[in-house]
Design a protein around this ligand. Structure first.
Ligand code: F58
Length: 831
């Protein structure tokens, strides 16, 4: 529906221009406060100021969004679609201000209107549509794709409730629902973009006019998917990409007006609510798949809506299907969107009438799959009966894909009969299960891991047979990265400014390798002093946050030792807190002279436990209980404090990350696929203590072994160590034993509450090898203490490390995906 030529001049004359000056920003902000929000200068609190400023920036973003979408539509070039069930975006206003380069304008404007920009920014509710690393990676990728001008869309679900809010009550985690949509200026509902999504029903075959057999899936129920668009501004570019989130709604066709009119009002509203349940809540498990029907419904709902949208857009180009994978790349963020592969095959064969083989080669050319874990409990499997009921046609397609694949394998490897059982998409269990990682691998042209060690491991474990079948080239590595815009410039503005002052501008934010020039300033005393003052100020800010939220005073001069991430046994927060208890016992036994030599420490923990993960919740409780005792022990004073920061999320990470002296990335070797907070801490001038796992290994390679505290067993030894535990060939570490004795004596409260946690290590095989790594961990912390005493040398390590972190920008990562996997080119704005 475009405007006729004759009227376009009028349009152009009235076309909205975004603000650029302080005055214009104030005009827009006040206009929104007075009209959109119906408030006045007699009734304007910080929340209203935030709302007005956000709406002013939103207007600006949408103008560029419109131009970008126009440009991408006319460009006739390949686009990429990033399918992720999670986007952990955090706050948008600060990011929008910085990316469009108008934060100073906004600061001055808000000051005129009577507000401090920090207070206004902190009014915003985090968009927390993700669990942890995987969801945040998707958000960093959106930032990089826009910044690098790639024509790229994200597709996800618009959950009404994001990850729960965590409260710590009497030392226990309590979950509170995160209703975040009360006021969300960053989304644009597109009620005109609605897709019918079908579930259940049955499949039949019939002959069409030409006598060709066609498959029809009918019956069942229909739910509507409504699009909500979120603009994604690039940094320092006009490119503004789109994140499209789908929301579920009862279908107009389906909504039971019969019932409604015949007075069964409640019944009909019930149907409506059932439909809305699909996009209601984000599943709060990280690294655990539980096979719930509603989760499968979410996956199909989102995949089908996204595929419909992508196909519709392609069809507008009028190109033949054979050109599809030249125009479209679809990236699967883990296996959660694997049904998109099946849906695409269904569209091509059942609806568009392509023959099977041609369709399948288009599908394989289009999709690529990133794996984020090798842990068996996190690998997705869906029960065949469940899928048969919910998606009968898709199950048929999966069986057909499997059958053709197995025929090929049988022909190619006739001697290995067992291989068929091993690689089959269908696991012959009771009930049978669909192995989604295998389906994703077979349906994609590339599969990647997210750090070198991890990419090597997947080739020798879960995908070993597939490497034999397809050859090694199908499998590749793209080491994760983080966006320096949010994780340096936004979270640590003073450090960013100092760096810019030395490097002659902010170019490093779009070419992070430029940081290496910082090594030239290692002898610059003023620079180093400023650096140290910034770190100190960041610690003061975190200390204030700790005081405000927990009531505990911590000394900002102490060594801040931080572990913030989801609570999981494999990430080994238990190793950390057991080490803290060991430290406490050691200090208690020290003479006053010895104590004088010790650097005071603050051990800071944060992170959410999945609501049903009892062991993780016990770890939280142990940390809090130890904190209770240690923080109130007058004899210890500042020498040790133990803090649990409630409700760790993206906006808290922005305060916490710049404030570390050391942070902990201590997973059992071979379990953490990559980790990304390790990169954030180092980029902010903190050192890390870590195992030889995930991206820690590559961080070490980049920054140098002398700038990181590595400890513990290697991935290649884990299997043997576990074997030794199982066969009783193992002795509990004696220092760790003392720690357990202290816990058992009731020193940190009722010992019974911690017995399962202790016994998982003492009696039940110590699967995560806490005891095996304990001594090495404690010794390495002693090295940290020693190193921290030489502040000058410590500072040099920090600056050198930052200088060498260029590799870990998500820009590098997106460029690798674009060149090696997607084969897409950037589309920079004109001018
Ligand atoms: C994480 N996975 C990895 N999964 O654990 C981490 O090492 C890696 O750095 C990161 O991905 C990015 O590649 C992760 O966060 C989840 O949270 C899933 C949520 C849905 C259920 C299964 C786990």
């Amino acid at each position: 529906a475009s405007i006729p030529e004759g009227q376009r001049e009028a349009w152009k004359k009235h076309s909205v221009q975004g603000f650029t000056t302080k005055d214009q920003f104030e005009d827009e902000t006040v206009r929104h406060i007075e009209t959109t929000l119906a408030r006045s200068l007699f009734n304007c609190d910080e929340l209203a100021a935030y709302s007005g400023a956000a709406l002013a920036f939103r207007d600006r973003l949408i103008i560029e969004w419109n131009k970008t979408q126009q440009r991408q539509t006319f460009a006739d070039q390949k686009r990429v679609y990033y399918l992720s069930l999670e986007f952990l975006m955090g706050r948008a206003l600060d990011n929008a201000m910085l990316n469009v380069g108008l934060k100073d304008v906004a600061r001055a404007g808000l000051k005129d209107l009577g507000f401090r920009i920090e207070d206004v920014i902190s009014q915003e509710h985090d968009a927390a549509l993700g669990n942890g690393g995987l969801g945040r990676l998707a958000a960093c990728f959106l930032d990089s794709m826009a910044t690098l001008n790639y024509p790229a869309w994200g597709y996800g679900l618009r959950y009404r409730y994001g990850i729960f809010k965590q409260e710590i009550v009497d030392g226990y985690q309590v979950e509170v629902p995160d209703y975040w949509l009360d006021f969300n200026p960053w989304e644009f509902p597109r009620h005109d973009i609605t897709v019918d999504i079908q579930f259940y029903g049955y499949v039949r075959k019939e002959k069409d006019e030409d006598g060709k057999t066609v498959t029809i899936w009918e019956g069942g129920e229909i739910v509507d998917a409504v699009a909500y668009d979120v603009p994604i501004p690039g940094y320092g570019t006009a490119t503004t990409n789109n994140l499209r989130l789908w929301s579920s709604k009862a279908s107009k066709g389906e909504f039971d007006f019969q019932k409604f009119n015949s007075g069964e009002y409640e019944g009909s509203v019930g149907d409506q609510q059932r439909a809305e349940t699909i996009s209601a809540v984000l599943y709060p498990n990280d690294n655990l798949e539980r096979g719930k029907e509603l989760r499968l419904k979410q996956q199909y709902f989102w995949c089908a809506a996204s595929l419909f949208d992508i196909v519709r857009r392609f069809k507008k180009t009028k190109k033949p299907w054979s050109k599809f994978s030249d125009m479209v790349a679809i990236q699967l963020n883990d296996t959660h969107p694997t049904l998109a592969i099946v849906e695409m095959q269904r569209i091509l064969v059942d609806i568009e009438g392509l023959d099977w083989a041609e369709a399948w080669s288009i599908v394989q050319g289009t999709f690529s799959y990133a794996n984020h874990t090798v842990m068996p409990e996190a690998l997705e499997k869906w029960s065949v009966p469940l899928m048969q009921n919910l998606l009968p046609r898709h199950l048929q397609i999966i069986y057909e894909v499997n059958s053709q694949f197995l025929q090929y394998v049988e022909k190619t490897f006739p001697k290995d009969r067992d291989m068929l059982r091993r690689v089959s998409i269908i696991e012959e269990s009771q009930p049978k299960m669909v192995r989604m990682a295998y389906l994703a691998t077979i349906g994609s042209h590339k599969v990647n891991g997210v750090a070198e060690l991890h990419s090597d491991l997947i080739k020798t474990t879960i995908f070993k047979d597939f490497v034999t079948i397809y050859g090694p080239d199908k499998f590749t590595n793209v080491t994760n990265g983080i966006t320096p815009r949010r994780w340096l410039h936004q979270a640590n503005p003073k450090l960013s400014e100092l760096i810019a002052s030395k490097l002659g501008g902010y170019d490093f934010l779009t070419d992070l390798t430029k940081l290496n020039k910082l090594e030239h300033f290692l002898d610059d005393a003023d620079f180093k002093k400023e650096w140290q003052e910034i770190k100190y100020a960041n610690k003061v800010r975190l200390a204030q946050h700790i005081k405000d939220t927990t009531g505990v005073s911590v000394n900002p001069k102490a060594l801040f030792d931080i572990q913030v991430k989801r609570i999981h046994e494999y990430k080994r927060q238990q190793l950390n807190i057991l080490g803290v208890i060991h430290r406490y016992l050691t200090i208690k036994a020290m003479s006053p002279e010895e104590r004088k030599k010790l650097a005071p420490r603050v051990s800071i923990f944060g992170g959410k436990a999945a609501p049903g993960y009892w062991m993780a919740k016990t770890v939280i409780h142990l940390v809090c209980s130890v904190g209770e005792v240690v923080n109130n022990d007058k004899d210890i004073g500042d020498l040790l404090k133990v803090i649990y920061i409630e409700d760790y999320n993206v906006s808290k990470a922005e305060i916490i990350t710049p404030a570390s002296d050391i942070s902990e990335h201590i997973s059992t070797a071979g379990t953490e696929a990559s980790g990304t907070s390790n990169m954030k801490f180092v980029l902010n001038g903190g050192l890390i203590i870590g195992t030889c796992d995930g991206a820690n290994i590559e961080i070490t390679r980049e920054i140098g072994e002398s700038n990181i505290f590595l400890f513990g067993n290697l991935a290649e030894d884990v299997e043997d160590l576990r074997h030794a535990h199982t066969y009783g060939d193992f002795q509990l570490d004696p220092d760790l034993n003392k720690v357990f004795e202290a816990i058992k004596s009731g020193r940190f409260g009722d010992a019974g509450r911690f017995s399962a946690l202790c016994n998982s290590i003492i009696e039940h095989g110590d699967y995560y090898l806490v005891s095996d790594d304990f001594n090495s961990y404690v010794k390495t912390h002693e090295l940290v203490d020693e190193a921290y005493k030489d502040q000058e040398a410590w500072l040099e390590k920090c600056i050198t490390s930052v200088a060498r972190m260029g590799f870990f920008s998500s820009d590098r990562c997106i460029q690798e995906y674009a060149e090696m996997i997607w084969n897409v080119e950037p589309l920079p704005p004109k001018e």
